[in-house]
Ligand binder design. Structure first.
Ligand code: GTP
Length: 366
């Protein structure tokens, strides 16, 4: 089986960290998102993945090359962004070799979808396209579908207005597509599969849904990314912290699982890590510092008596002593946060910025 992964988005909602790496390189429990996705595809028999790339493609290629988890990886380059539909046509030559349906995935989705069951459901209904569907409480920011009793999609509305649809079933960003999809997509221009292709398939009754339960998260926004990290930690770590070798954790530090701690990372006396934190490789955390519900990228340096809760700290960032960083704040790569600074909510610090004053409301600091 083959799969196409959309991996070319700019990831603007995860700026400034997405200014220096594509979204699929964001770590979850210290492994890139793409690594988790490839592993789950490999477990269900996918043998070839086409990565549809443009933005920062070289970083993906450098890290994943052409083989991972037994999956052959092929890169389909776009000279300009082609949206969520154009990349399908652009990758046709890599996907039409065996004539079989293939999967397509948004690259920022992490889920426990059983791809084999999705494939079987797609085959059974003779659909042209099948969308994996997930029920959520608030469907307003997603594509919402209405199904009939045969799982045929009657209506597909992208980001509906309040009351427009009764359904809470949303497009989970994972699809099984027939080869015939290529003939519906024009060459060389930006296309939205949700807005331009799915409505056509609804009209000719060839769009079906596959409902699934379990693990699903779109990690495209800071709070969702932190939640995705949390869900992954819950799945892998159970009651033991997930620790790489060669870590220098003080015997006086308190590690509260689930957490992931990378190689060569130092944790000082009386610090408390976790629950729900991922600390990358080569990080230094000094004495008396707390890090919970957060992601710390590699090579960050966090000084004494600092508290980090619900935040993302970029690669090589330097955080001073007695600092407080909270709720969805993002510190860009190599930024420097001075002693005693407090960042309360949704503050984004640009890469390499030096900040010595507190910011107590949402802001982007350039
Ligand atoms: P935001 O800018 O934060 O909305 O993120 P995004 O650019 O990634 O957009 P969005 O989350 O809507 O994209 C959903 C999926 O489609 C992600 O996996 C993106 O990488 C991917 N994607 C979006 N636009 C393109 C594109 O033009 N080309 C390719 N190949 N993938 C894309």
């Amino acid at each position: 089986m083959n799969a196409l992964i959309l991996a070319g988005g700019f990831g603007t909602r995860l700026r400034p960290l997405s200014c220096t790496r594509p979204k699929m390189m964001f770590p979850l429990a210290n492994r890139p998102l793409l690594d988790w996705i490839l592993e789950s595809l490999a477990q269900k028999g996918v043998t070839k993945v086409v990565l549809a790339v443009n933005y920062m493609a070289d970083i993906l290629k450098k890290n994943f090359a052409s083989l991972k988890h037994g999956i052959k990886i092929v890169y389909s380059y776009e000279r300009k962004p082609l949206g969520t539909g154009g990349p399908i046509k652009n990758a046709e030559r890599f996907l039409n070799k065996d004539g079989n349906p293939f999967f397509m995935l948004n690259g920022d989705i992490l889920s426990s979808i059983n791809y084999s069951n999705l494939y079987d459901a797609h085959r059974a209904t003779k659909a042209e396209a099948t969308i994996a569907l997930r029920e959520v409480e608030d469907p307003s920011r997603f594509g919402v579908v209405e199904l009939n009793g045969k799982n045929q999609i009657q209506n597909f509305v992208e980001k509906p207005n309040e009351g427009q649809l009764q359904s809470k079933l949303i497009n989970a960003g994972v699809y099984a597509l027939n080869q015939s999809i290529f003939s519906l997509i024009p060459n060389g221009r930006k296309i939205s599969i949700e807005r331009e292709i799915f409505p056509k398939l609804v009209k000719n009754r060839s769009l079906f849904g596959y409902k699934f339960d379990g693990f699903w998260i779109d990690s495209g926004k800071p709070n969702d990314y932190i939640t995705a990290n949390k869900l992954v930690l819950d799945r892998i770590a159970c009651s033991e912290p997930f620790l790489e070798k060669e870590i220098g954790i003080s015997s006086k530090a308190k590690i509260i699982p689930p957490v992931a701690i990378g190689s060569n990372t130092i944790i000082g006396d009386d610090s408390q890590i976790g629950p729900y934190s991922s600390i990358g490789d080569n990080v230094t955390i000094a004495k008396g510092t707390n890090v919970m519900n957060s992601v710390v990228f590699p090579k960050a340096w966090i000084d004494r008596f600092t508290s980090i809760n619900g935040a993302i700290i970029g690669e090589g960032a330097i955080i001073g002593q007695w600092v407080k960083i909270e709720d969805q704040c993002i510190v860009g790569d190599h930024a420097v946060i001075g002693d005693n600074v407090t960042l309360t909510q949704k503050v984004q610090i640009c890469p390499r910025k030096e900040l010595n004053n507190s910011v107590l409301q949402p802001a982007t600091i350039m």
